[in-house]
Each structure stands twice: as structure tokens, then as C-alpha cells.
Design a binder for this molecule. Sequence first.
Ligand SMILES: [Zn+2]
Length: 264
Amino acid sequence: MILNLLDMVRHIAIADVAARRSAVIEQLAVAGLPFERKVERFDYRPENIIVHPLSPDTPRYVIGAHYDAVPGSTGANDNATGVAIALRLLSELQTTSSNFPYEGVLFDEEETGMHGALGYIQRVTPSKILGMINLDICGVGDTVLISYPRHHGNNALLQAVKTSLQSGQHPVQSIDRLPGSDDRAFEHYGIPAISICTLESADIDLMLQSVNRASNHAPPAIIETMHNGVRDTIDVVNETAMQSVLAYVRDVWQLIEQFHHNIA
Ligand SMILES: [Zn+2]
């Protein structure tokens, strides 16, 4: 049975690493998504889970979310939410026919320093990756917060993001920088990447201040729950926030496809 997003998070939000990985794989099987488990030749030997694996030569977008959690944490918001949304989007894309090539990647070892993402990029090689959409911490708050690099000119991903912001159809806000996640690994290799999370609008200023270290203010309380053991549970996340992200990222992907279609 295909679960709603919240039930998927409930299923995946397990502290034990092996049980968590098994739960993710079970959800992939339930959704009928083709996947492969790939231990990358990289520090920490991260085991990434590649959904819709492509042939090595195919230029692609990456739709990514890390499935690992801080040791001891149930990692519901960070990041079972991102995984659940990615899986739902990937299932939807499977039933539409005119997709531009993409790989879904559920990254391992983000919390140890983006080792899963770095291992993936080095194996695939940066020249084969046109852009990356990163979902991390998508289960709490009324606002979809995004950050994207503004220096990539006419790249289709950035065009799509700009159009999506102008449409006014989503509770989305763009800021210069979100807290670090796998998108930074892609940026490091010059690959345009959009990072997506959710936050309560009242907490955005506090988060900006703590990211920019512009003040001694403590980060918003929700951030404190994330890397704090068993406090990141299913009780803190909600379906509405996740549905907002799903709707937003679905639109961004459609816009990316349109831009490629128009260029072709
Ligand atoms: Zn995270």
C-alpha cells in the first residue's frame, strides 16, 4: 500500500542505521521504483540509493535527499521528510512520459560531511550533472524556503526557480543561504543546485541570523530539535508542510522540462 507522506516519514524515522536503510528500501519497493544500492568509493564508504539509475553517459538532473541521520537521532524532519517527498515525486514522474533525464539519489553520510554526495559526483563526474534539487528538512512550518546560486545565468534550473518565484502560487521565499546540506557539494563542483526546506515564517529571521552568525541569538527552537537525538520525531512534522514542498518541487521540475523542451 502506498502511504501518505506522514506515514512514510513514520516508517523511515528510525535511529538504527540498518533498520532505517531497510525502511527506505521497503518504501521504494512498495512504490514500484527501480533502484540500485551503490557503495561509493569515498571516505566513509557511503551507500547511496540510486532511483531510476541511468547509463553513465546520460547527462541528468539529480533529485536528492539524504536518508542518513545524526547518530542516535530518529531524524524525522531531518531528513525522513525529504526522502518521503523525493519518493513521491519520483513515483509521479514515473507515470509521465516526457521526462528530461533525472536520477533520484537518496544520499548516505550527509551528516558526516556530504560524503555520499561527494562520492556520487566524483563517480558520475560533474560534467554529466546539469543541476541538482535538494530536499532537506521539509516537515515543519508554513513557508517553503529555498536558496539557489544566482550566478549561473540562463541555466534551465535557475530559470525554473525564478519563474516559480514569480508565479506567486506557492508559500515560497528565497534567501541567500540555507544551512549547509548536500547541495553545497554540487555547488563546490560548479553544478547549479537549489536547496529546499520548510520553516515557520516567524523563525526565518532567527535562522538567517544564526546562519550568518550576525548575532549571538540562538537558532529557532525547531533547529535545536534536529540534531538532538530522539527529539526529531514524527510528532514535530506535519503533512501540510510536506505537501507544500511536493507541490512546489513538482512545479519546478515541470518548468525545467519546459525550458529544455523550448530549447530543443
Ligand atoms: Zn539534513
